[in-house]
Write a protein that binds this ligand. Structure first.
Ligand code: NAD
Length: 350
């Protein structure tokens, strides 16, 4: 079981009612967010088709859903994958598959374009031809680049990596097919999702990498001064906002930030995680990555609050506790510092 996403909808009776019985395609459904979204959709009584090539997703993320989803394993940029995924009519598409993320796209810009550009275009085109009820595209706060302050959806687009550029490309395909082919779309811009389902790795986010280091007693590596901030958002809140974007009539044709509206410094984050894991090794500072100029990042979530009734519920401390439990259960049983986790960290982080 990746997490408790199926219970996310416990309080959302209206959400469950709107989703029950629908056939839904989740691209990237084996990924960190997609697996939680798929679990929530199963819990709401949807017929879920997961499309994934496991390039950055994990089979373990789908273990608990075995027998309850249809898995189409393949590359979305291949026509055969799309043909299999859309063999039967589909009501909703949640497009989360992506070449993840900034550093990876700097190292491999063509691969980034293939998935985030070309595959997204093929999918949007197909969604428009099928006349789906809603196409939800997972975009990113990276489209705002390194601007500070509270970022609203109207803030200028200033991507600083190929990943940021192709996320804007995906957004613009949605808008084009909305205008010219009547596609009903919604774009969600995620701000630093974290939680169960995300494994550490060279190209992954700071939180799983901090946990991996802390749980084997290593200092947490901070690239920068530690005073940089991010808007860390628990995956359960991200999933709820994404589902609302899929079914709320007023979300059609809208771009919506999904974050918390709160900033946390990387230094504070490291201290929290070291404390949770009982890690006494502290932190180690290294130079910032060349492309990374983001000093502060925080979402303005007014639009999502007003249009979707989106309200992030998970305080950072409680989200980190849930993530820590998942790490312990997934990698180590009861004892955190086992050879299995150490091997994972060696392979993932070098
Ligand atoms: N995690 C975050 O903090 C964050 C922030 C902003 C935006 N996003 C976006 O949200 C979405 C989900 O992010 P995530 O953290 O779950 O990433 P992830 O890497 O865990 O999941 C992406 C999934 O897509 C699959 N995939 C990649 N290329 C594919 C292809 N060509 N064909 C089929 N499947 C393919 C991967 O195997 C993986 O399972 C992505 O679009 C990402 O860009 C995430």
């Amino acid at each position: 079981m990746p997490n408790d996403s199926e219970t996310l909808l416990g309080t959302g009776v209206a959400l469950r009612g709107a989703l029950a019985g629908k056939r839904v395609v989740v691209t990237g459904g084996a990924g960190a967010i997609g697996s939680n979204l798929s679990a929530a959709l199963c819990g709401a009584g949807c017929e879920v088709v997961v499309v994934d090539d496991f390039s950055s997703g994990y089979r373990a993320n789908l273990e608990a859903l075995a027998g309850r989803i249809r898995l189409v394993e393949g590359d979305l940029a291949e026509e055969a994958t799309l043909a299999e995924a859309f063999a039967k009519p589909v009501a909703l598409i949640f497009h989360l598959a992506a070449f993840f993320a900034n550093q990876n796209s700097v190292d491999h810009p063509h691969a980034d374009l293939r998935t985030n550009g070309q595959a997204t275009l093929s999918l949007v085109q197909r969604a428009a031809a099928l006349g789906v009820e809603r196409f939800v595209f997972a975009s990113s706060s990276c489209v705002y680049g390194s601007q500070g302050g509270a970022l609203g959806e109207g803030s200028p687009l200033q991507p600083e990596t190929p990943y940021g550029i192709t996320k804007i490309l995906g957004e613009q395909y949605c808008e084009f097919f909305g205008c010219h082919a009547g596609l009903s779309w919604a774009i969600v811009r995620y701000f630093n999702s974290y939680g169960p389902g995300e494994y550490p790795g060279r190209y992954r986010n700071v939180i799983p990498n901090f946990f991996a280091q802390a749980m084997i007693g290593r200092p947490l590596v901070i690239t920068g001064t530690g005073e940089e901030t991010r808007d860390f958002t628990f995956v359960g809140d991200i999933v709820r906002g994404t589902l609302l974007a899929g079914i709320t009539p007023g979300a059609a044709g809208q771009i919506l930030n999904l974050g918390t509206g709160r900033e946390t410094t990387i230094r504070e984050l490291a201290e929290e995680i070291n404390q949770l894991c009982g890690n006494l090794a502290g932190v180690e500072y290294r130079p910032r990555r060349e492309w990374d100029h983001v000093n502060r990042r925080r979402a303005d979530i007014t639009r999502a609050r007003e249009l979707l009734g989106y309200a992030p519920e998970t305080p950072l401390r409680s989200g980190l506790c849930r993530t820590h439990h998942w790490f312990c259960a997934r990698h180590t049983g009861r004892q955190p510092a086992t050879p299995a986790l150490a091997r994972l960290v060696e392979t993932a982080l070098g």
